[in-house]
Design a protein around this ligand. Structure first.
Ligand code: FAD
Length: 456
């Protein structure tokens, strides 16, 4: 009876998993394989939060497989070599999900030629890590959309495939060896890091559908209210299927659901940009010929930004949330990225690297292309817009609760006055003692940026 290796990558789940479903067709045996790949391991080295979350996901995937009579096979090494070994041991072909990055493209090419050389087939499945596959919708004159609104129009018109249930039983051939599953690594992990895994992801999704998504349109920018789904790490590691998420959210209906589905479409949008232009992970998508300040020339400003002591409370609150939780609110990501790339005029790649090091959902497509969007080198149609941290703070944290939560030096300052500590007088002034002065004058930062972009 034919056997298949199912290579799990960024799709660590059993529900709605087309490669697993195809491999199990006809009651065949499968080898559910995860390779702790040298290339990925290098990427994870500076990203302990993602590594810890990944460990959770692998253990949960293994537990799910065991409940169905199977188990997860974990190997370490070069992904192509390990897949080829498993294929020979089990006399199998291979199923896996398509993905967008240069690394994923290279992995697929290398696997295909290595397997073909052995007379084996590689089946690559779309719509596992995205709701709509990169390249499935395109404008007339290009292989990808560079602007979100027309992309979203076509994306919305696509009929999504029906989500698949989890398999009832999974049979793994005897004699296929596995390393021990890693226990959650703890070194360097943020103290407030969430737990990972499909089980928790599905619970979070169910809770979100019940009592979060309805208010999403009104509340998604309320930084203190923390009223977004926090599904991003589960989507990043594929413990939730974007196809299933969109189906279930649409079933709830209403403006909150519509606004939320639009955000999931942004995720697909960035993936189709990256799939077509893999160099956009590091090179400007649309260069503005910036001569950015580097890590060396902006050393002190950069340190202040990373450590959350720029003297702009909402920026500092956000950067401290990132360090503490390995996660940050979207509005916080927007305004901290704008502050670094535009107000401080530091190379967006340096900020993006710091985010990737700490974010549990750190994702090449979403992170790099959002950074480019904010820096004005990406797909933003208003590349020279600069977000003012004071206006942003007052608008999206009007009472200052978000700042007080994350900046203990300002915890005793009442109300929205917390956004401008330099204006405090009397009791509030002494309460804020110990909080740093601003590293930059906003008007000067803006002038520098405008000069750099030739917009004076
Ligand atoms: P929700 O608001 O509940 O949205 C639901 C889902 O939609 C998210 O989980 C995410 O998958 C997707 N989504 C939401 N906003 C965006 C967006 N702007 N672009 C693409 N997808 C989106 N998201 C990541 O997943 N990984 C990253 O590394 C990442 N880096 C970012 C860096 C910057 C500078 C900026 C501005 C945004 C970044 N984002 C990133 C996008 C967004 O901030 C997060 O997806 C979101 O904050 C995650 O929280 P949530 O799950 O509660 O989002």
């Amino acid at each position: 009876m034919p056997t298949s290796v199912v290579l799990f990558t960024a799709d660590l789940r059993l529900h709605d998993h087309p490669p697993l479903r195809a491999a199990l067709e006809g009651g065949h045996e499968v080898v559910p394989l995860f390779v702790r790949d040298g290339g990925i391991a290098d990427q994870f080295r500076g990203a302990p939060n993602r590594l810890a979350f990944l460990d959770d996901c692998l253990r949960d995937l293994d537990a799910g497989l065991r409940r169905r009579g199977g188990r997860l096979v974990v190997r370490s090494g070069d992904v192509v070599e390990e897949v080829c070994k498993a294929v020979t041991e089990a006399d199998a072909d291979v199923h896996m999900a398509a993905d967008a990055s240069a690394y994923a493209h290279l992995r697929e090419r290398r696997l295909r030629s290595a397997l073909e050389a052995e007379g084996r087939r590689l089946h690559v499945h779309d719509t596992v890590t995205t709701a709509v596959a990169p390249g499935a919708v395109t404008p007339a004159s290009s292989d990808h959309f560079a602007v979100f609104t027309p992309y979203f129009r076509q994306w919305s018109e696509r009929r999504l495939r029906d989500p698949l249930g989890a398999p009832r039983a999974v049979r793994v051939p005897a004699g296929v060896g596995s390393e021990e599953l890693p226990s959650r690594s703890t070194a360097g992990v943020s103290p407030g890091l969430a737990e990972g895994g499909e089980t928790l992801g599905r619970k979070r999704l169910a809770a979100w559908l019940r009592s979060g998504v309805a208010a999403y349109e009104d509340r998604h920018d309320d930084m203190a209210g923390d009223a977004t789904s926090r599904l991003s790490p589960f989507l990043h590691f594929g413990t939730l299927s974007p196809v299933e998420v969109v189906h279930r959210v649409r079933r709830v209906g209403g403006p909150g659901a519509e606004a939320f589905v639009r955000q999931v479409a942004w995720r697909d949008f960035h993936r189709q940009v990256l799939a077509a232009r893999t160099d956009a992970a590091t090179a400007d998508y649309r260069t503005k010929h910036d001569r950015w300040r580097s890590a060396r020339t902006a050393r002190e400003d950069l340190e202040a930004w990373r450590e959350g002591r720029t003297g702009y409370p909402v920026v500092d609150a956000a950067m401290r949330q990132l360090r503490h939780e390995g996660w940050m609110h979207n509005r916080a990501r927007l305004l901290t990225a704008s502050f670094l790339a535009k107000t401080l005029y530091v190379d967006w790649r340096i900020g993006a690297r710091h985010f990737l090091d700490l974010l549990v959902d750190g994702d090449i497509a979403n992170n790099q292309l959002n950074w480019q969007w904010v820096a004005g080198t990406g797909t933003d149609t208003r590349p020279n817009r600069v977000l003012n941290p004071l206006t942003q703070g007052k608008r999206h944290d009007p009472d200052g609760a978000y700042v007080r939560r994350w900046v203990p030096e300002l915890a005793d300052v009442e109300g929205g006055a917390v956004h401008e500590p330099w204006k405090l007088r009397g009791r509030d002034r002494s309460a804020a003692a110990g909080y740093p002065d601003p590293v930059v004058d906003l008007a000067e930062g803006l002038a520098r940026f405008r000069r750099a972009r030739g917009r004076e």
